[in-house]
Design a protein around this ligand. Structure first.
Ligand code: MLT
Length: 244
């Protein structure tokens, strides 16, 4: 069955879970692994991320969308163009804890974003028990995540839940990814703190072939790696406007 969890609270055991936080955590993870970080350690809290700090590790994340003072980076995808160390530690409000929660119960967890939409969809071929997990925002659904879940769901064969059908309806409503993202509360919140460019960056579709996978590493920590990673393989997109 193809299913969609609209928020982290709906995460359940599944053969494959795809965690989606388009604005911005899973988009940032795809970028970070593409740029050459060997792994991303997702922490379920800022305090836990601080405990993971070590030489060679870069600390990234946000609180109320903005970078923390003692962190090396925020959560803007452009911050991950080049690796500043070997491993990335990421603490975010919704995406990182959702990855931790899914890794605790699903047999396999993939990291989904619009940036790697086709690659993730292809990786789900033949899977019959799939939960597309929208990270949402503080317990409420995020339109941009539901849009991406609907795009994946509609491309998969087989039976689906009403939640998956509802996500597909949302996806069908928007002719472009940017249209869906810019209509979301999260996009407005990012614009409110001067980060509207991040919305455009996260709306780019299928530039990456990376299919990152997450496993539980320790309590409250998910280890994300990418077996099919090809460093710096993000396709260039000279005319960004064509995808908006
Ligand atoms: C999150 O995980 O809460 C989000 O990615 C928030 C953001 O940084 O935009």
């Amino acid at each position: 069955m193809i299913d969609v969890a609209f928020t982290r609270a709906e995460v359940r055991p599944a053969a494959v879970a795809v965690v989606i936080d388009v604005l911005r955590a899973t988009s940032s993870i795809v970028k970070a692994l593409e740029s050459g970080y060997t792994c991303v350690l997702c922490a379920d809290s800022i305090e836990r991320a601080r405990e993971l700090r070590e030489p060679g590790r870069v600390l990234a994340g946000e609180q109320d969308l903005v970078p923390l003072e003692d962190f090396d980076l925020g959560n803007s995808p452009e911050g991950f163009e080049r690796p500043l160390g070997e491993e990335l530690i990421l603490a975010t409000t919704n995406g990182a804890p959702t990855l931790v929660a899914a890794a605790d119960v699903a047999e396999r967890v993939l990291v989904g974003a619009l940036l790697n939409l086709d690659a993730v969809t292809e990786a789900l071929a033949g899977e019959e028990d799939v939960q597309l997990v929208c990270a949402g925002t503080k317990g409420r659904l995020g339109l941009e995540d539901v849009y991406a879940a609907g795009r994946i769901s509609v491309a998969l064969p087989g039976a689906r839940t009403d939640a998956a059908r509802a996500a597909e309806c949302v996806a069908a409503r928007y002719p472009t990814p940017y249209g869906a993202l810019s209509d979301s509360e999260d996009a407005r919140a990012l614009a409110g703190v001067g980060l509207e460019d991040d919305v455009r960056a996260c709306a780019r579709e299928s530039l990456s072939e990376a299919v990152p996978e997450a496993v539980t590493d320790a309590e409250g920590v998910a280890l994300v790696t990418c077996q099919n990673q090809r460093q710096n393989s993000m396709k260039t997109q000279p005319n960004l406007a064509c995808n908006l």
